[in-house]
Ligand binder design. Sequence first.
Ligand SMILES: NC(=O)c1ccc[n+]([C@@H]2O[C@H](COP(=O)([O-])OP(=O)(O)OC[C@H]3O[C@@H](n4cnc5c(N)ncnc54)[C@H](OP(=O)(O)O)[C@@H]3O)[C@@H](O)[C@H]2O)c1
Length: 281
Amino acid sequence: MASTSDRFVLAGVMGWPVMHSRSPLLHNYLMKRHGLVGAYVPLAIPPEKLQGALRGLAPLGFSGCNITIPHKSHAMAVVDVVDPTAQRIGAISCVVVRPDGSLFGTNNDAFGFMQNVLQRQPGWRADAGPVAVIGAGGGARAVIYALAERGAPEIRVVNRTPERAETLARGFGSPVTPVDWSERERALEGVTLLVNTTSQGMVGHPPLDLPLDALPTTAVVSDIVYVPLETPLLAAARQRGNPTVDGLGMLLHQLRPAWQAWFSIDPEITPELRATVEATL
Ligand SMILES: NC(=O)c1ccc[n+]([C@@H]2O[C@H](COP(=O)([O-])OP(=O)(O)OC[C@H]3O[C@@H](n4cnc5c(N)ncnc54)[C@H](OP(=O)(O)O)[C@@H]3O)[C@@H](O)[C@H]2O)c1
């Protein structure tokens, strides 16, 4: 395969819808900064065209693409190889076109989540005590995988639909414990970290219905929603003195493993990169 210096490099984000994604802004900014001649494009692909679109990446000369809603789990059945991390999470967030044209699927959401928390709250330790995760969808699976890998001794998963939390706990096994939605306030007792992985608090959605009275004021509060940057949950946490971590960094840190796999470049996550997206939120 030609090196990135003698070809027009191509990558993108595949989703449906996709035009709201901030990824093109970020990746194109980085391409310019790293002197790559190329483009990162939004690929609006309806579910019935996913297989054809993924198979088209290699002949079109793409280095790979990110995968977003609603394709993250379906793409697993299309690619040739799924790495163990993506298998355990049950979703692909990134596809890499290999030199022989085959497709490799991985998941960088867990890495992005953990790097973001560690960068913003370097004093926090996963093994220091229980953590609470609200939600049991795709984002939650990546967050729980990351927390379990990092050694969290107890991961309390609270979801509106209890069956989803139970399925997830069965799949991950210890240390994941499902907690009923009606018990969500009590699930916050003694935790070192609270993470919202539901869509609640996102622009156009109501705030997450979760009183924080039982939460220790030392607990880190993180939201994987990043539009708005400060969700009502993060605002409430900040007002009572909890350290907070917004969801934008999770998106930013996912860039690094993707770029390493696509272009053999390890881009730095700089304040300027963050400011580029923040200006659009
Ligand atoms: N920062 C990042 O890089 C990043 C990465 C991934 C996702 N995200 C964000 O995370 C959010 C969730 O994404 P996802 O892919 O995990 O979605 P998903 O798989 O559809 O899961 C949605 C979750 O939200 C819960 N939920 C929805 N409406 C609710 C309500 N009214 N009350 C309580 N819970 C409710 C669902 O509970 P039920 O099971 O009961 O329906 C489920 O647990 C989105 O806003 C997405 O943009 C951010």
